[in-house]
Design a protein around this ligand. Structure first.
Ligand SMILES: N[C@@H](CCC(=O)N[C@@H](CS)C(=O)NCC(=O)O)C(=O)O
Length: 264
């Protein structure tokens, strides 16, 4: 039996749900409310030492880290393969996946919080004291420092600047790959495409789609990805209207800010 501890709008949870859906696998889920801190509940920390989603349980055995989970699913359930046959192309898929762990995942959180999600926190903890109490409740000092910076400083944070630059490079690299093929690696959809879809859709939700107006191949890839039933089941059906609405309203001036950053 497959059980997934996840969150409706979490990008790395979407990535795992996309692979489950693409492979037509049945699973049971627990959707954690991350703003309410359900990821820090003692019972959850027993299976997720860092208090992060997604967590997969396969016949009660725990697998964590979304990149590890999707490769595990690929190995255990080889139907509808999502890794190419050629070793070189498999390596190229893994290079794309590594990019998420090497910074892009943190950068999507930085952009999302600086533009929109910080407002959820400021509303939930309306006084300085309450906000400080929330920061203090985060056990990991590194995560606490990042959270404090992006919630307090928003788009004025230097992290926002660095995240914008990293994403700019990502979009250029994706456009380069998609100028040659319909998919990020080789002739077929792979773990790389499914993994990056939530990270691009998030930009659109933050009102930043002008970012790839010079890359029509990226827009076509996005449309192709959204045409899959996996997208509908794993992403679209989980869209949380409150989050989508918040990102839309808070994102109104985000592109202007990102453009300023990119101009240096
Ligand atoms: N490297 C991890 C990152 C997991 C992660 O950052 N999860 C986020 C949601 S996308 C989370 O659980 N955030 C809760 C928190 O930061 O308290 C993975 O790929 O699984």
């Amino acid at each position: 039996m497959l059980e997934l501890y996840h969150n409706d709008m979490s990008v790395c949870a979407q990535k795992v749900r996309l692979v489950l859906a693409f492979k037509n696998l049945e699973w049971q889920g627990t959707n954690l409310n991350l703003r309410a801190g359900e990821q820090f509940a003692p019972d959850f920390l027993k299976i997720s030492p860092k208090g992060l989603v997604p967590i997969l349980l396969h016949d009660k055995q725990v697998v964590y880290e979304s990149n590890v989970i999707i490769e595990y699913l690929e190995e255990v359930f080889p139907q509808s393969p999502l890794l190419p046959v050629q070793p070189l192309e498999r390596a190229q898929v893994r290079v794309w996946l590594t990019r998420l762990d090497a910074g892009l995942h943190e950068q999507v959180a930085v952009l999302s919080f600086c533009i929109a999600f910080r407002h959820q926190m400021l509303e939930r903890y309306p006084t300085d004291e309450a906000l400080q109490g929330f920061f203090n409740s985060m056990a990991d000092p590194a995560r606490r420092a990042v959270m404090k910076d992006i919630v307090v400083n928003g788009m004025a944070s230097p992290r926002f600047y660095l995240a914008a630059l990293a994403y700019d490079k990502l979009l250029a690299d994706m456009a380069k790959a998609l100028a040659v093929n319909d998919w990020l690696v080789g002739e077929n959809i792979s773990l790389a495409d499914l993994s990056f879809l939530p990270y691009i859709e998030r930009l659109e939700q933050l009102q930043l789609s002008a970012w790839w107006s010079g890359y029509p191949q990226l827009q076509r890839w996005l449309a192709r990805m959204r045409d899959t039933s996996a997208y509908q089941m794993a992403v679209r059906d989980w869209h949380n209207p409150a989050y989508i609405g918040l990102m839309k309203s808070c994102g109104a001036d985000a592109w202007e800010k990102v453009s300023e950053v990119l101009k240096g």
